[in-house]
Design a binder for this molecule. Structure first.
Ligand code: IMP
Length: 422
């Protein structure tokens, strides 16, 4: 069984925890896009682990974790993650596989990310991890790939060519001094040496595992509405976060994917700029942010919070082929008198029932809410669906009916144990 896990909103849906749970019965966990802009937090046995690049499945003994060709890798960040795991006595030797085709994030990508954001009037609010500039180089055919770090001559030629053009741009457009070849060349050759035992043809590794009927989990980063094509462009990330990205980002054919599980929060959050029709007002937003600890795992930025949006979820189900949902952070809604769910938008006098493609509509649309009664009980110790307060069950059932999709997992707290299976 090969399953893709995707975020159904703007990222931070709690995929890390769901992947951690599903990884228990998987053989391989594979990342297919994004880079160290992602941040999964997993709490296990009182330890908190934050992953940016390595699939969180690495916490389970014997699981093979792959970083696919669709991921952009900051080698320094990756080495740091490996070292942190080593300190917690979690070894990755022979279990971590890095695609030789994955593109490398260079210091000039990070600096360019910063400088472009600073210059923009309409900021995207990127994580400043160099993601956009690195994917741009990939498409521009001047990117440096992991395999290049293992070949001094190739690295030298590519880096020289890149700096020739980029240093001019840095100086002339951004009044930034640029980068010195020798220092970068030396550092990146060294990264290559340190990571060489992990770098391989992951497409071959994963496809062989598929042939051997191993169970594979494809771990999406970010979320559907941050997808470069289908997200709220230009307020998106630079990769294909939807389930289709799992094929391009790993070299596994679409016919080999059996199932897509979507992860959605019981409300909605977004970090960075961009339209957000169901966003709460400042005071209520602060309350939910604090209750839900809604601060970015990568940048620590406060997340914007809002009600759940069924137009978004329907669109996510369609785009990803989601057949099952995991609903996270239901406990954060404990104690609310009423809960709103956006079921349509009103825009220029018309009622929209589909998520609009027109960005102006998204900025200006007013959500039409269905209001449901909240529950007063604390649900974070609930193990069984039947023990949830009736109004919490009503909320879940309403979502299932409206979305025509089963909610198979409900998360009521950050640790593995705080999960209801149905
Ligand atoms: P970038 O991916 O750093 O270029 O950032 C582009 C947009 O995606 C910004 O709004 C970021 O806040 C958002 N973003 C990137 N990665 C994540 C993530 O893992 N969770 C939530 N938002 C993200």
């Amino acid at each position: 069984m090969n399953t893709v896990i995707v975020g159904a909103q703007w990222g931070d849906e709690g995929k890390g925890k769901i992947i951690d749970i599903l990884a228990q019965t998987a053989d391989y966990v594979v990342r297919y896009q994004g880079g160290s802009n992602a941040g999964h937090t997993v709490v296990t046995n009182g330890h908190e682990f934050i992953f940016h690049l390595i699939p969180s499945g690495i916490l389970h003994k014997g699981k093979i974790c792959c970083i696919g060709n669709g991921v952009t890798i900051d080698p320094a960040a990756l080495l740091e993650e490996i070292e942190r795991l080593a300190k917690a006595k979690i070894g990755v030797a022979r279990r971590l596989k890095i695609s030789c085709l994955a593109h490398v994030i260079m210091p000039y990508h990070k600096v360019l990310d910063e400088l472009r954001e600073a210059k923009r009037t309409h900021k995207i609010g990127t994580t400043r991890r160099g993601i956009g500039p690195c994917y741009s180089d990939k498409i521009n055919r001047c990117g440096i790939r992991m395999i290049d770090l293992l070949n001094a001559k190739v690295l030298r030629n590519k880096l020289k060519d890149n700096l020739l053009e980029k240093n001019e741009i840095f100086k002339k457009v951004y009044q930034y001094p640029g980068f010195v070849f020798e220092a970068l060349y030396r550092d990146y050759l060294q990264y290559g040496r340190k990571l060489s035992s992990y770098i391989c043809n992951t497409a071959l590794v994963i496809n062989r595992a598929v042939e051997a009927k191993k169970k594979i989990l494809f771990e999406g980063a970010q979320g559907t509405f941050l997808d470069i094509d289908f997200g709220t462009y230009p307020y998106v990330t630079s990769s294909s976060a939807i389930s289709g990205g799992s094929c391009i980002g790993t070299g596994v054919a679409p016919v080999k994917i059996d199932k897509v599980v979507g992860v959605a929060k019981a409300y909605t959050t977004r970090v960075g700029e961009g339209p957000f029709p169901t966003e709460f007002g400042a005071a209520f937003g602060k309350l939910i942010r604090e209750k839900g600890a809604e601060f970015g795992a990568t940048t620590g930025r406060p997340r914007r919070c809002g009600w759940i949006d069924l137009l978004m979820l329907k669109e996510a189900i369609l785009l990803n082929g989601i057949s099952e949902l995991a609903l996270t952070k239901l406990d954060v809604l404990d104690g609310l008198k009423t809960i709103n769910l956006a079921v349509a938008y009103r825009y220029k006098g018309t009622l929209l029932k589909e998520f609009p493609q027109d960005s102006e509509a998204l900025w200006k649309a007013k959500p039409v809410y269905k209001q449901m009664q909240g529950w007063s009980k604390t649900i974070s110790d609930t193990k069984d669906y039947a023990q949830l307060p009736p109004r919490a069950r009503d909320y879940v059932s309403y979502l299932e009916d409206a979305l025509k999709t089963e909610i198979s997992i409900i998360s009521v707290g950050s640790s593995r144990e705080k999960t209801i299976y149905r």
